[in-house]
Design a binder for this molecule. Sequence first.
Ligand code: G4P
Length: 269
Amino acid sequence: EMVDARIPESSRNPIIEEIKGQKKQLILLNKVDLSDPSQTKRWNDYFKSQGIKVLSTEAKDGKGIKQVKAAIKELMAPVFEKNLEKGIRPRPIRLMVLGIPNVGKSTFINRMINKNQAETANRPGVTKGQRWLKIGNDFELLDTPGILWPKFEDPHVGLNLAFCGSIKDEILNVQNLAYELLKVLRKDYPEELIARYKLDGLTSDDDEEYNKYGEPIDPVLSDMEAIALKRGFIQSGKRIDYERTGRAILDEFRAGIIGNITLERPVYK
Ligand code: G4P
């Protein structure tokens, strides 16, 4: 099961627990090049505490693939031992990558098969269009990932998915989305924000500040304006270009330029 290390809970779908049956499961926290290492460690501990084996990967750069193969063998060792006792010889381990869209499943599959793609063989009994790709002598990987439905119903989850680019921006309001992201970053990653946008500081939540019309200032909007001014995102009539500012914040967050950021913390039940 592959999840996005920046949103390990929001990028899961609990249905996996039902569909996996008795099969062994490994969680891959992918895109750890973008996540906050201290939080990735906490998520690692969290999944372990749930009895699930977990590893970090950077599918894009192919990092962690070796460890994934070793961990899968370790997971399967007791099964093979039992089989050997019954006189059944070890067979290649069959793998499937599951996860919601955009977590990096296809990138990971391509990394796993690497040079072995030529050894691909069609097997009978497999859904048309899907093939088991041979990886050395130990593994066979289903060439198509299993796509799980994201949990859109929860607005908090929907926002996290949108921040990370899992929902098409065409259907989203970039300004509002960046505003919501800024809210989170102000709280959890203030130093990264200040450093990236060369701000003097962030607008305090506590001080009641008023604009020239005597209206209370929204601290999040105030910081968004400060970022716009630093970047020179001003339209004619000295109007702040919120669209462009929002786009910059979202793009830079997604590219990991604001910093290594994880948007949610594990909650132990
Ligand atoms: P999916 O099959 O789960 O839908 O995901 P897919 O592999 O298509 O990957 C979605 C995006 O995530 C791709 O970017 C991919 O390059 C990127 N990605 C995958 N693994 C990693 C990783 O470990 N780190 C980072 N930073 N990104 C990763 P894209 O923008 O759609 O394409 P491109 O920019 O790579 O061309």
